[in-house]
Ligand binder design. Structure first.
Ligand SMILES: [Zn+2]
Length: 411
C-alpha cells in the first residue's frame, strides 16, 4: 500500500516538510517559475538529503506490522567482542533504548546486528538498516540478504524499486522519507559520513520515520565529540577489536616536504620499496591538483601507478580494477578513505597535517583488515605534527589498549 503526497505540504497555514518534518517557516524558500506558472516552495533545511518541494510527489508506504521467522545463517562463529555487542544490541531493542556503537574499522559490525534483527522481525517489528552512503548500502544488502535468505527485504537507493511492504528495509537515509512512524528498530551505519553540521537533520529524518518506541543503533568508527555527547555513557559501547583479533596498525610520523613539480628521491625509493615488497599502496592527497602533478612525474618510474578522485569519470572502473590487483600504487583523495578493503595493503598520507583526525583514523583503518594480512604500514608524511595527527594516533593506541585489556585480541 503506497500513498502519494507532495514533499512539502501546506497544513493549517504553515509549510511542512515531509522529509525532515520541519515547520519553521524560515526553512522554506519560495520562488516563481514560468515553466509551471506557479510558486515553488522547497525545504532548505534538509536540502542536502534531496530536495523536498510542493511540486514533486513522494511515495509514502502505509504502515502495517507482520511477523516473519527471520532465521539467519552465519558461516563462522562470532568473536567474543561480537557476541558481547550482539547481546547489548538485543538488550537495547528490548528496552527501546538507543545505542552508539563506537567500533573500530574492520570490527565486523554487520554480523553483530543479526540476532537483534531476528528477534525484532519475529515479534513483527519493522526494521531498517540505513547509511548515508550508497556504497555502504549496497555492501550491507549483499551480506544481509545472504544471511537472511528467506526474508522479503526491500533494498532502497537511487532508482531501486520497492518490492515489499517495508517490514525489513536496507536503504540510504534519504529513502526513509517514504515511511512515517513506521520503524521500530533502526540501525544506522557510517553515521558520521555526513558533514558535522548535518547531525541534527539526520536525526530528525530518522525520527520522522521511526515510532516513538523505536530502538536506534548508530554505528561508526569515528564519531564526532558532538555526537558522542548526545548519548549517556551507558549507551555508548566501545568495540576496540577487529574481527580477526589482531590489533590496529599504528601510524608512523615522518617530516617530509613535498615539492610536487619535481622528482624526489626519497618518495620514489619509498614507492619502489613498496613494489619490491609486493604490497599494494594507497597514497592519500589533500589536493587533486598536487596529486595529478605528482602522478605525471612518477608514472614513468612506477609500474602500475594510477590515480582516482571523486570527479574522475572512470572512478568506478578504476576502483574495480584496483580490487582485482591491476594497480600497485594508487594516488587518491579521501574517496577511498572508507569502505575500501583489500589484502596486502599499506597507506601513505601526503601532507597529513592538513587532514582531520577522523579522516586519518579511517585511512589508517584501510590497513590490515584481512585476516591473511593483519599488519601493514601507515605512514603520515607531514610538515609539522598537527593536533589531528596526535589525536588520531592516540585514539588508535587507546583502542588497542582497551582490546588487550578485555582479551579481545591475540597479539
Ligand atoms: Zn526538510
Amino acid at each position: 500500500m503506497v500513498a502519494t503526497i507532495k514533499g512539502v505540504n501546506y497544513i493549517k497555514g504553515k509549510w511542512h516538510c515531509n522529509q525532515c518534518e520541519t515547520t519553521k517557516q524560515r526553512h522554506f524558500y519560495k520562488y516563481y517559475t514560468d515553466v509551471f506558472k506557479k510558486t515553488i516552495v522547497y525545504c532548505r533545511k534538509c536540502i542536502a538529503l534531496g530536495r523536498m518541494d510542493n511540486h514533486n510527489d513522494i511515495m509514502i508506504t502505509a504502515t502495517e506490522h507482520c511477523k516473519s521467522d527471520a532465521n539467519y545463517k552465519l558461516s563462522f562463529h562470532l568473536t567474543p567482542q561480537q557476541q558481547y555487542a550482539s547481546q547489548r544490541i538485543v538488550d537495547a531493542l528490548l528496552c527501546h533504548q538507543s545505542l552508539l556503537l563506537y567500533a573500530v574499522t574492520g570490527s565486523g559490525k554487520t554480523e553483530m546486528i543479526f540476532e537483534a534483527i531476528h528477534r525484532a522481525r519475529k515479534d513483527g517489528l519493522n526494521v531498517a538498516v540505513v547509511s548515508p552512503r550508497i556504497d555502504v548500502v549496497v555492501e550491507l544488502s549483499l551480506r544481509i540478504q545472504t544471511a537472511f535468505e528467506s526474508e522479503m527485504i526491500d533494498v532502497l537507493y537511487k532508482g531501486q524499486r520497492q518490492l515489499y511492504n517495508g517490514h525489513f528495509v536496507i536503504a540510504t537515509i534519504h529513502q526513509l522519507m517514504r515511511f512515517k512512524r513506521h520503524f521500530d528498530f533502526v540501525i544506522i551505519d557510517e553515521v558520521d559520513a555526513f558533514p558535522l553540521s548535518m547531525d541534527n537533520d539526520l536525526i530528525s529524518v530518522v525520527r520522522a520515520a521511526s515510532t516513538t518506541q523505536c530502538c536506534t543503533v548508530y554505528m561508526t568508527a569515528t564519531p564526532s565529540n558532538r555526537f558522542i555527547n548526545q548519548f549517556p555513557k551507558d549507551q555508548i559501547i566501545k568495540l576496540p577489536a577487529r574481527f580477526h583479533q589482531h590489533i590496529l596498525p599504528i601510524p608512523t610520523f615522518k617530516y617530509y616536504k613535498i615539492y610536487p613539480y619535481k622528482k624526489q628521491l626519497y618518495f620514489l625509493k619509498l614507492l619502489k620499496r613498496q613494489l619490491a615488497l609486493k604490497r599494494y599502496t594507497l597514497v592519500f592527497f589533500h589536493q587533486i591538483d598536487i596529486m595529478e602533478t605528482m602522478y605525471h612525474i612518477y608514472k614513468q618510474y612506477i609500474a602500475g601507478l594510477t590515480y582516482v578522485h571523486s570527479q574522475d569519470a572512470l572512478r568506478l572502473e578504476k576502483i574495480s580494477e584496483l580490487r582485482k590487483g591491476k594497480y600497485n600504487v594508487i594516488f587518491t583523495t579521501t574517496i577511498l578513505e572508507r569502505g575500501f578493503t583489500m589484502s596486502h595493503l599499506d597507506v601513505i598520507v601526503i601532507d597529513s597535517h592538513k587532514f582531520k583526525a577522523s579522516a586519518l583514523i579511517q585511512i589508517a583503518g584501510r590497513v590490515g583488515r584481512k585476516s591473511d594480512s593483519p599488519k601493514g604500514l601507515v605512514l603520515y608524511l607531514h610538515q609539522g605534527i598537527s593536533v589531528s595527527m596526535l589525536k588520531a594516533k592516540s585514539e588508535i593506541k587507546q583502542m588497542n589498549t582497551l582490546a588487550r585489556l578485555r582479551g579481545w585480541v591475540n597479539d
